[in-house]
Design a protein around this ligand. Structure first.
Ligand SMILES: Cc1ncc(COP(=O)(O)O)c(C=O)c1O
Length: 419
């Protein structure tokens, strides 16, 4: 049975939320750029660095503890993505993992081949493929989005994807518009022609239960620092595709997973922290999502995401209602309260007569943290004419934000812009 979302317990799980400055609480609305870290993550990382500080693969106690972290973290990431642990690659961040795989995948590309990128994606899921394509004489084709609906022009897929398509790269949720995309549909179109499909799940991971089997992708990546964990990323690499790739690696390194695509010594502490971040969602699943405490991790995770989505939907409705009452606001994304299932709680907007950096500064002066600019979303910001110049304000909500905080940010915006 679902309970009311335990916002007080959730907030207590994040040590940074208790911080204040001169008696003024901090308001964290910068989640799309990076979330606060759950206390269990900090503890797990500290424990790893004290109790498991050795290279893995040895027979002595600390090494065995490091090996145990690697096994558990790969299982945890597999539960998050709904894949097998030997389909998980840990890396520094999503950008560097995509560059690594762009180098490997493009070894098979020929001049005249094609790849499909989108006008909605963060540049981490554009430039690595774009630059590899330029090196190989590969043609780049673009999936556009509709500025009225903020959704992809799925009707373009048939004409974009064909026999020469080698790769299709698409984001599951936009870090600029907030739109949740039908990535399963895009990946099915790629699969139908034998193209590799890549999904950037960096912005969806904190808000959407990911299922790589349902999506049908070959590669999917998310960064743990966007979902309450440390600076690290995990990439799903489908077993079929692994067999076709030949990684560059040092000669002593083994050919088995998880080492095969992860050169050098990994951050064991980041793996421990990533697992703890995943367990945070499972904890919510048992606390309020109705999952038994001893249910499998994936079951508890799914219950956790159900609870988070329901809670964040209420916050979105509250924020959108307040934003609509402000004078001169243009929201660059879905604003219709009936379409909240099609977006994550990331709101990018412009306010007539107010430069975005000045608004962000005025909020910072009130100890409310958010970003202004275009957030590396080069393509969508270009479509909207917002890449050059002051850009837009971005307020990101997270399941650790309270309704009172949302009221607070709305009141601050009213104070700044009038109305
Ligand atoms: C949608 C999206 N993709 C990729 C990235 C880049 O992630 P990383 O910093 O882990 O390379 C970001 C970062 O903001 C993002 O929002």
């Amino acid at each position: 049975m679902h309970k009311t979302f335990p916002i007080d317990a959730v907030r207590a799980a994040f040590p940074a939320l208790a911080l204040s400055d001169g008696g003024v609480a901090r308001g964290y609305f910068d989640a799309p750029a990076g979330t606060q870290v759950a206390g269990r993550v900090v503890e797990a990382m500290g424990r790893a660095m004290i109790e498991a500080c050795a290279n893995d693969g040895g027979t002595f106690r600390t090494s065995q503890a490091a090996s145990a972290i690697v096994v558990a973290a790969h299982r945890g990431a597999a539960a998050l993505f709904n894949c097998d642990p030997d389909e998980i690659v840990f890396g520094l961040n999503t950008t560097s993992l995509f560059y690594q795989f762009a180098a490997l995948l493009s070894r098979h590309w020929q001049p005249g081949d094609e790849i499909v990128l989108t006008r909605m994606d963060h540049d981490a899921n554009v430039s690595p493929w774009l630059q590899a394509a330029a090196d190989k004489g590969v043609t780049v084709r673009w999936l556009e989005w509709d500025p009225e609906t903020f959704e992809f022009r799925y009707d373009m897929l048939d004409s974009l994807i064909g026999a020469r398509t080698r790769l299709v790269a698409v984001g599951q949720a936009s870090n600029f518009l907030g739109t949740i995309n039908d990535v399963a549909r895009v990946c099915a179109a790629a699969r139908a022609v034998g193209a590799v499909s890549v999904v950037d799940a960096v912005q969806s991971a904190p808000h959407v239960a990911i299922d790589v089997r349902a999506i049908g992708c070959d590669i999917l990546c998310a960064s743990a620092y966007k979902y309450f964990g440390p600076h690290a990323a995990t990439l799903f690499l489908a077993r079929d595709l692994q067999a076709k790739l030949r990684p560059w690696k040092v000669r002593p390194s083994v050919e088995t997973m998880p080492t095969r695509f992860a050169p050098g010594t990994p951050s064991f502490e980041a793996q421990a922290g990533t697992l703890a971040a995943i367990e945070h969602f499972a904890w919510i699943g048992s606390e309020s999502g109705g999952a038994a405490a001893d249910a499998p991790l994936r079951t508890r995770l799914l219950a956790g995401f159900d609870a988070v989505v329901a809670y964040e939907t209420d916050l979105m409705r509250q924020f959108l209602g307040g934003l609509a009452a402000l004078p001169g606001v243009t929201l660059h994304g879905i604003g219709n309260a009936n379409r909240l299932a099609s977006r994550v709680p990331t709101f990018t907007f412009s306010i007539a007569g107010h430069d975005a950096p000045a608004v962000a500064q005025a909020l910072a002066d009130r100890n409310i943290f958010c970003w202004a600019g275009y957030f590396y979303a080069w393509e969508p910001a270009s479509v909207l004419g917002l890449r050059e110049g002051p850009g837009a304000v971005r307020i990101g909500l997270s399941h650790y934000n309270s309704a009172a905080e949302v009221d607070g940010v709305l009141a601050a915006l009213r104070d700044i812009v009038g109305g």
